[in-house]
Design a protein around this ligand. Structure first.
Ligand code: SF4
Ligand code: SF4
Ligand code: FES
Length: 251
C-alpha cells in the first residue's frame, strides 16, 4: 500500500491505483469525459486534470491516466487546475454547445461560448469512448477518421459497417447522445444497418441482436452462425436468476 494525500486528506491505496479512483474513494469529485469505468483509459480529453507534487516538482496530470507508484500529494481544486479545466471546457462549449453534458460543465466552470471561435456545432466531443467500446467487443466496426479538427467517428469508407453486430455499446457509452439507435419491435437500427433482436424465453425482453449472439459464440467454442439463432434463448438477467435460485435450493 502507498500513502497519497489528496486535497489535504491522506489515504493508503494499492500501488497502481489511478489518482482518479483514489480521489473518488474518498468522495472527491473530478470531472471526466473520455473516461468510462468499463473501458480502457485513453486520456484524450484532459478534463480530469489535477496537480501532483512529486518530491517538490509540481505538474498537471490527467488523473484517469496517473497510476500512483510512490508517495505523492495532489490538489484537485487549486487555481492552476481550475484554469486548465476551464480551458478544456471552453474548447468543448465552442464546438459542442448542443451537448447537454458540455452545457452542464460550462455552467459549473462559468464558461460561455465564444461565438467568434465557434466551429460548426456538433454533438461529438471526440472522446473515443464509442471506438474503445467497439474495440473491447472485438468488433472494431468504427474508428476515428481524419485528423485534427476534422476528426470524426466513422465506419470504414463511411459505409454501413460490415463487422457491426448491432450491440449498441457505442451508443450506450457516448456521453453526448451523438450515436443513436432505434429498437422497433424485433428490429434494431443502428449505423444504417438493421438487426434482428433475440427475445428471452423467460422474461420476454429483447436482450441482444442475433448477430451479437453469433459474435459471442464465435469468440467461444460454440461457433454459431446468425441463421442458426432461431430458438428463443435466455437473457443474462434470467440466467443469473435461475443460477442463483439453483444455488439456494441446492438442486
Ligand atoms: S453497435 Fe456496432 S459499431 Fe456500435 S459497438 Fe456494437 S458493433 Fe461496434
Ligand atoms: S460519438 Fe460519442 S462516444 Fe464517440 S467520440 Fe463522439 S462523443 Fe465520444
Ligand atoms: S477523463 Fe481523464 S483525460 Fe479524459
Amino acid at each position: 500500500m502507498i500513502g497519497v494525500t489528496i486535497d489535504g486528506r491522506t489515504i493508503a491505496v494499492e500501488e497502481g491505483t489511478t489518482l482518479l479512483d483514489a480521489a473518488r474513494s474518498i468522495g472527491i469529485k473530478i470531472p471526466t469525459l473520455c473516461h468510462h469505468d468499463g473501458l480502457p483509459p485513453d486520456g484524450n480529453c484532459r478534463l480530469c486534470a489535477v496537480e501532483v507534487d512529486e518530491r517538490g516538482r509540481k505538474k498537471l496530470v490527467s488523473s484517469c491516466m496517473y497510476p500512483i507508484k510512490s508517495e505523492i500529494s495532489a490538489d484537485t481544486k487549486n487555481e492552476r487546475v481550475i484554469a486548465a479545466r476551464r480551458f478544456v471546457v471552453q474548447l468543448l462549449i465552442n464546438r459542442n454547445p448542443k451537448a447537454i453534458a458540455i452545457g452542464e460543465l460550462a455552467k459549473e466552470y462559468g464558461v460561455v461560448r465564444e461565438e467568434r471561435f465557434a466551429l460548426e456545432a456538433d454533438l461529438c466531443v471526440r472522446c473515443g469512448r464509442c471506438v474503445r467500446a467497439c474495440e473491447s467487443n472485438g468488433t472494431d466496426a468504427i474508428g476515428m477518421a481524419r485528423a485534427g479538427f476534422e476528426r470524426y467517428v466513422a465506419a470504414p469508407y463511411d459505409e454501413a459497417p460490415e463487422s457491426c453486430v448491432g450491440c449498441a455499446s457505442c451508443a450506450e457509452v457516448c456521453p453526448t447522445g451523438k450515436i443513436t439507435y432505434k429498437d422497433d419491435g424485433l428490429i434494431r437500427k443502428i449505423w444504417n444497418r438493421t438487426f434482428d433482436l433475440a427475445v428471452c424465453r423467460r422474461c420476454g425482453s429483447r436482450y441482444a441482436t442475433k448477430e451479437q449472439l453469433a459474435h459471442i459464440g464465435r469468440l467461444g467454442a460454440a461457433n454459431i452462425a446468425v441463421e442458426d439463432i432461431d430458438e428463443p434463448r435466455l437473457c443474462d438477467k434470467c440466467r443469473k436468476a435461475i443460477y442463483t435460485a439453483k444455488f439456494k435450493t441446492g438442486s
